[in-house]
Design a binder for this molecule. Structure first.
Ligand SMILES: Cc1cc2nc3c(=O)[nH]c(=O)nc-3n(C[C@H](O)[C@H](O)[C@H](O)COP(=O)(O)OP(=O)(O)OC[C@H]3O[C@@H](n4cnc5c(N)ncnc54)[C@H](O)[C@@H]3O)c2cc1C
Length: 337
């Protein structure tokens, strides 16, 4: 039995804590209830938004359409051999509950992605990443409901066109499907990825390196660095790290010897957006109740009564400043609705 709620406040469904109201809100907990929602007149005639944990979304106003919200649960091993397990995880599972499950079951691959907020269904959309690992490294296939074909379908890894915080779901499949579950390929033979700056030194404090100590170390680092959305509304990194040509990187590194950048290949570098913003002195600056976090320049926070428009304005001021001083365009990582 489905329920489509009307004039539903999304305040506790977005980590900025913005009080946007959805004209309709439709949670589902099974494939059957999803199909029921998708067969309604309301769905057919409304603008649509799929909303997981709302940890990468900025609501600029009320949403005059239907919000479909996965609440389906389930984590199961569907196939295994001596070295790997294929694990199907429902879109409505909390991402970090899945990471905890993997660590407890001694399966490697997602431990570096510990403590990222949000639901499993968004992981392939965003190609979430942290500490040198991205979702694409472990995703095997994704089950979607395709709104055009009006049926469930499976997309394998090659069809997902992953790149940095990007996937097919932001292009060909934008607003055209919902992720229902994700199959991950996790490893029984552990190869740890612990070279990332900060993680290596934290792990030196541990007697042994294993999935659990990597997870604990990452949670500690994240808690030290990032504001807790339950205390101060935010969506993690607001901007993507810009990728620039080598000549632009060399131009900047001649002027700024402390530039934070990573070589991607022979021609391109990824520059830390947080460094660009911090260098221009934005930490702690604000526009009305929207502020740049005082410890982490890449994170914009709601000091209490910010609107989505306040946060957007602050982000535009930062983008303009970065462009005028560095000639670099900062692209938001967060989706504006
Ligand atoms: C404190 C904090 C720290 C963070 N750290 C990181 C980090 O280290 N690395 C990182 O990559 N991200 C990070 N994020 C961003 C965020 O957690 C991720 O982008 C996460 O995957 C978003 O999940 P969600 O369920 O909240 O998605 P939402 O914000 O609800 O949605 C994000 C996008 O995915 C779409 N979507 C969601 N679910 C589905 C579905 N089932 N089917 C189809 N489309 C769907 C939405 O329509 C939207 O376009 C952080 C955020 C916060 C608040």
């Amino acid at each position: 039995m489905i329920q489509i709620l009307e004039n539903f406040s999304l305040k506790s469904y977005n980590t900025f804590g913005l009080n946007a109201v959805a004209r309709y809100f439709a949670p589902f907990n099974s494939k059957e209830s999803l199909v029921e929602i998708l067969s309604t007149d309301i769905f057919a005639r409304s603008q649509r938004l799929i909303l997981g944990g709302g940890s990468n979304i900025l609501f600029l106003k009320d949403f005059n359409g239907i919000v479909v919200h996965p609440e389906n649960k389930g984590i199961e091993i569907i196939k295994e051999n001596a070295s790997t397990s294929l694990v199907r995880v429902a879109a409505g599972e909390e991402w970090d509950d899945f990471v905890l499950w993997a660590v407890n079951n001694n399966l490697a691959g997602v431990e570096n992605l510990s403590h990222i907020p949000g639901c499993v269904g968004a992981a392939p959309v965003q190609n979430i990443g942290a500490y040198g690992v991205e979702a694409k490294d472990v995703i095997h296939e994704v089950t979607i409901f395709d709104f055009k074909k009006n049926r469930f379908d499976i997309l394998n890894k090659d069809q997902l066109h992953f790149s940095y915080r990007d996937s097919v779901f932001k292009h060909e499949f934008k607003d055209a499907c919902i992720v229902v579950d994700v199959v991950f390929e996790l490893s029984k033979k552990h190869v740890y990825n612990v070279s990332y700056k900060g993680l290596d030194s934290k792990l030196k404090e541990c007697a042994i390196v294993n999935l659990q100590t990597i997870r604990n170390s990452i949670i500690e680092i994240r808690n030290e660095k990032l504001p807790d959305p339950k205390i101060q509304g935010n969506a993690g990194s607001f901007f993507k790290n810009p990728v620039v040509e080598e000549e632009d990187y060399l131009r900047l590194s001649e002027i700024f010897d402390d530039i934070v950048a990573y070589k991607l290949d022979n021609r391109t570098y990824k520059i830390a957006a947080g460094w660009l913003i911090d260098t221009l002195g934005w930490k702690g600056k604000y526009h009305r109740d929207a502020a740049v976090h005082d410890k982490q320049a890449l994170v914009l926070v709601n000091k209490g009564n910010a609107t989505g428009v306040d946060i957007l304005q602050l982000s535009k001021n930062i983008q303009d400043d970065v462009f005028s001083k560095f000639s670099i365009i900062l692209e938001p990582e967060v989706l504006f609705v």
